[in-house]
Write a protein that binds this ligand. Structure first.
Ligand SMILES: [Zn+2]
Length: 112
């Protein structure tokens, strides 16, 4: 990875951290306890409960990604960003651009 690519990647990580934080905030808002008053009907309350479950799993997923992104930022400080944690090979820049938080090359990711 060239210095320029590294900078580009750090920018991507930064952007993704910011946008993921916004999404997490929104999802926290959406997963607040559902009020049991009668202002919403029984059916829409069931809808609300269903949506809440979906949003809760989305929230868990986003929080995980956020953690991975934060860790990627740490790794970049240690100069380890873009290196496969399993085989030590350099991870292709194209893959890192899509998943900057990935810690494995394609070969190792596909291996159990
Ligand atoms: Zn590997």
């Amino acid at each position: 990875m060239t210095e320029q690519e590294k900078e580009e990647l750090l920018e991507i990580i930064h952007d993704q951290i910011e946008s993921t934080k916004v999404e997490v905030k929104e999802l926290i808002e959406l997963t607040k306890p559902i009020s049991l008053d009668n202002s919403i009907g029984r059916l829409s309350r069931m809808d609300a409960i269903n949506n809440k479950t979906i949003n809760e799993s989305a929230l868990r997923e986003k929080k995980k990604i956020l953690q991975k992104l934060e860790r990627a930022k740490e790794r970049s400080k240690e100069g380890k960003l873009g290196t496969c944690l399993k085989c030590g090979e350099e991870i292709p820049f194209g893959r890192l651009k899509i998943m900057p938080y990935t810690t494995r090359c394609v070969k190792c990711a596909n291996r159990p």
